[in-house]
Write a protein that binds this ligand. Structure first.
Ligand SMILES: Nc1ncnc2c1ncn2[C@@H]1O[C@H](COP(=O)(O)OP(=O)(O)OP(=O)(O)O)[C@@H](O)[C@H]1O
Length: 378
């Protein structure tokens, strides 16, 4: 617990020292405190969780990520949640194909079953102790634009994190249609909803603020910023999911510096990886997030996937057009004429800066959030 306490101390210190703005950004638009001194989220028994997910039935399967399988859960209080299970899913629950709850109604939560098996495939007592520390850190991360941890289960054969349930799905699904196989480089499919200009701008701001909080208050990077990790709630307000602090934190006994350096290997996410990583393997964690955010911003503006079915990269296609300034050549055609060309160009220029080939030349997420926030208020 000493380790978690020192991490918490780092969080508390970082709020004032790392912000790039003279205005305390965290106090401006969030209804949440910077870091909540919170009641620990409840630990559910495996029995509770089986009940909440109908024994991880195929009908409750929401999707599968690189490290986890996610099921819809309904907590005893009636709240819907997403249960995230890392590692091997419960026996028989995963059939190998993507299933989705077609309609989520009522109060539900999402539970992520995080089994995080070490390379050996088995969980040791110290792995579980580490997971408990991670849960205590996650419970301290509170922001309007981060998906909140609602509970967890750590049982001998079941390790699950329960998160708020995103009632409107993911940004990827709304922009590009539900994911099929293969993922994430699948061919185009029809979007279910057309986002308005105002909604796109607000989503961009929400994601920027969530990342700013992670970088500046929590001193961690996300490492997996992409439209599948932008979760949408009531009113299409966005929160960032899959913020895996886990492998960025020092294990007990390890040296933890002031700046946490991600240890995990970047998963191959087509179209979102920065050039310095692709070309030399260089990792500049927060600036990699800024780059990935730039790609998400281009998705919002163009309605296109980061990599299309012919393997063309969105960045390579869009940036030269943005530089020419001819908005109608790259703006999402589903917007029709319902957007302000000057505003669209301004957002695209922010994306261009985020996508700068030199990591140091990319802005911080604090700067990005500030610019978009000023722009939303205009
Ligand atoms: N809180 C949530 N509410 C609703 N659905 C969710 C939630 N979290 C995840 N999902 C769904 O489950 C799927 C898998 O999520 P998960 O976070 O495990 O992986 P991912 O984001 O797709 O990829 P990665 O593991 O690389 O981050 C998501 O694509 C999304 O459809």
């Amino acid at each position: 617990m000493e380790w978690a306490t020192s991490f918490f101390g780092r969080l508390m210190r970082s709020d004032s020292s790392s912000s790039t703005s003279s205005t305390p950004w965290f106090a401006v638009d969030s209804t949440e405190p910077l870091l909540a001194v919170v009641d620990a989220p409840p630990e559910l028994t495996a029995r509770d969780l089986n009940k909440a997910t109908r024994s991880f039935s195929a009908a409750r399967l929401i999707g599968r990520g690189h490290n986890a399988t996610v099921y819809k859960a309904v907590l005893p209080c009636g709240t819907a949640a997403a249960a995230k299970v890392l590692g091997t899913p419960p026996s028989g629950a995963w059939t190998g194909s993507m299933c989705r709850c077609s309609r989520y109604s009522g109060k539900a939560a999402v539970s992520k079953k995080l089994a995080t098996p070490p390379p050996s495939g088995a969980w040791s007592a110290s792995d579980d102790a580490f997971l408990r520390q991670q849960v205590s850190v996650l419970s301290m991360l509170r922001h309007d634009n981060l998906v909140r941890l609602l509970g967890y289960t750590i049982a001998p054969d079941l390790r699950v994190l329960l998160f708020e349930f995103a009632t409107a799905g993911t940004l990827h699904d709304i922009l590009h249609g539900p994911r099929g196989e293969p993922e994430p480089c699948s061919s185009a499919s029809r979007p279910a909803v057309t986002l308005s200009w105002a909604q796109r701008r607000q989503i961009a701001l929400d994601v920027a603020r969530g990342l700013q909080y992670l970088h500046e208050a929590a001193a961690v990077s996300h490492w997996g910023v992409r439209s599948t990790n932008v979760l949408l709630f009531e009113g299409l307000r966005a929160k960032i999911g899959s913020y895996d602090v886990f492998e960025q934190l020092p294990r007990p006994g390890e040296q933890g510096g002031d700046t946490l350096v991600a240890k995990r290997t970047l998963v191959p996410t087509c179209g979102y990886l920065p050039p310095e990583y692709l070309m030399t393997g260089l990792r500049v964690p927060r600036k990699a997030d800024v780059y990935s955010f730039g790609v998400v911003l281009l998705e919002l503006l163009t309605g296109r996937k980061p990599v299309d079915m012919d393997n063309h990269k969105l960045v390579t296609w869009a940036i030269p057009l943005v530089r020419k300034g001819e908005v109608e050549q790259w703006i999402d055609p589903t917007l029709g004429t319902q957007y302000p060309p000057a505003g669209a160009l301004k957002l695209a220029r922010i994306a261009e800066q985020c996508l700068h080939k030199h990591p140091r030349s990319r802005p911080s997420m604090g700067e990005v959030a500030q610019v978009i926030s000023d722009f939303v208020r205009d």
